[in-house]
Design a protein around this ligand. Structure first.
Ligand SMILES: [Zn+2]
Length: 208
């Protein structure tokens, strides 16, 4: 097992850890989310959705639906709430297919039907520290995924100034808006040139 613990200062940061994790996932993976009501599991799933290329703004707690499906550009996300589910058969009847090859499964209350999930899941445990700060423990079976997740979730040097940046920092992978802008500036300087002054009609075209 590779175990990673990340402390986040805010719900937004918790969401960004989910997004960073999602970038290392592959279709067929299963993420089991542990944590009490209000711990931030749905917030974390919103991050997973963003990382998989789903419309994260539509992610909501699946409490009354058992399952919500979000189509994504990298993989589909199926978000399951197993709180009221009694058996693996009941899950299948609701349309949940653990291990489906085009889908990442994210499960709240997985301990209600422990026999239903594929072997070797990614386990995420979210523990409140105070009203907005959380401690997030991510457990991954040893192997390449563990190495990739470790590399992703560790602080990395800002591409512009090399200061260490955690994946939950607002401007990740940059340390600040200033470094993000500096990097963008380098990008554009080689690729785009303005060959004449911008006129008012140029700006109007984009607003219609
Ligand atoms: Zn920087």
């Amino acid at each position: 097992m590779g175990t990673f613990v990340i402390d986040t200062p805010s719900p937004e940061a918790t969401e960004r850890v989910g997004r960073a994790l999602a970038m290392e996932l592959q279709p067929g993976d299963c993420v089991l989310l542990h944590g009490d009501l209000g711990a931030g599991k749905t917030c974390f799933v919103r991050g997973l959705a963003a990382g998989l290329g789903c419309d994260a703004t539509t992610v909501h707690s699946p409490t009354f639906t058992v399952m919500s499906r979000y189509p994504g550009s990298l993989a589909n996300l199926v978000h399951v709430d197993a709180y009221r589910v009694g058996s693996a058969e009941e899950l299948r009847d609701a349309g949940v297919e653990p291990g489906a090859p085009d889908t990442v499964l994210a499960v709240e209350w997985p301990e209600r039907v422990p026999e239903a999930w594929p072997a070797g899941p990614i386990e995420v445990r979210i523990t409140p520290v105070d009203t907005s700060a959380r401690s997030i423990e991510i457990r991954v079976a040893q192997g390449t995924l563990s190495e990739r997740v470790g590399a992703t979730l560790c602080a990395k040097p800002c591409p512009s100034c090399r200061v260490a940046v955690g994946p939950f920092d607002t401007d990740w992978p940059f340390c600040s808006p200033r470094c993000r802008a500096a990097d963008l500036g380098r990008w554009f300087s080689g690729q785009y040139q303005i060959t004449r002054p911008i006129e008012s009609r140029d700006l109007e075209e984009g607003t219609e």
